[in-house]
Write a protein that binds this ligand. Structure first.
Ligand SMILES: Cc1cc2nc3c(=O)[nH]c(=O)nc-3n(C[C@H](O)[C@H](O)[C@H](O)COP(=O)(O)O)c2cc1C
Length: 199
């Protein structure tokens, strides 16, 4: 088998760090090749959702809401229909799709940190799923207002992203360009760029 026909496991995708960090941080990555034969159970999804529930938030407001669709179910199809075509093509093979919605307004008052809080919760979900052997991929290439309408989200609650969840599949199932990205080294800006001031 060549490199592009082998499913890539998390340890192969670990990113280089300047000092050691926990494996589950460096090895989490965002595949697009998902194994269409794989599945995820309700309790496995619950572990991710529980991890999200435990995230910190402004004044403990917990301004995150989720719509959970498992492959084969109607909710999965309703979410999938509202992804941009580029994302739809590969996300269709996932085991679950979760809409991440934020409570951005309460009683007419905007909640400026709602998206920040939602992001913390979703990262907790992603890391828990990773530790449990699943991969996830965040996407903002969605029709957010379309999802809001599809699921009749209440006033002030808006779909922000979708988390695509599953088991890593074979890069060869993607087109050549995406298959190459699947095995390209993962990169980040150096700390010297990110840290503006420091003692
Ligand atoms: C908010 C957000 C939106 C994203 N939207 C998309 C998307 O629409 N389509 C896609 O293929 N990847 C999307 N990504 C995935 C990023 O491209 C990916 O996380 C980044 O390249 C780093 O890759 P890694 O997670 O494997 O380290 C998104 C990620 C985030 C956090």
């Amino acid at each position: 088998m060549t490199e592009t026909t082998t499913a890539h496991h998390a340890a192969d995708r670990a990113i280089a760090t300047s000092v050691p960090v926990a494996d589950f941080i460096s090895e989490r990555w965002s595949p697009r090749a998902f194994d269409a034969q794989a599945s995820i159970s309700d309790s496995q999804l619950d572990a991710g959702l529980e991890a999200a529930r435990l995230a910190p938030s402004t004044s403990n407001t917990q301004p995150w809401r989720f719509i959970v669709g498992r492959c084969g179910g109607a909710t999965f199809e309703r979410i999938l229909a509202h992804l941009i075509p580029f994302n739809q093509a590969w996300a269709a093979h996932a085991s679950a799709l979760i809409v991440n919605a934020a409570v951005t307004e309460v009683d007419g008052t905007s909640q400026p940190t709602a998206l920040y809080d939602l992001g913390l919760a979703v990262q907790s979900l992603a890391l828990q799923l990773h530790v449990d052997g699943f991969a996830s991929h965040q996407i903002s290439g969605i029709d957010g207002p379309g999802i809001d309408a599809e699921f009749a989200l209440p006033e002030g609650v808006h779909a922000i992203t979708v988390t695509v969840i599953g088991t890593v599949g074979n890069p060869a199932q993607l087109d050549e360009r995406l298959a190459a990205r699947e095995i390209a080294p993962r990169e980040r800006l150096p700390l010297t760029t990110l840290v503006i001031a420091r003692d």
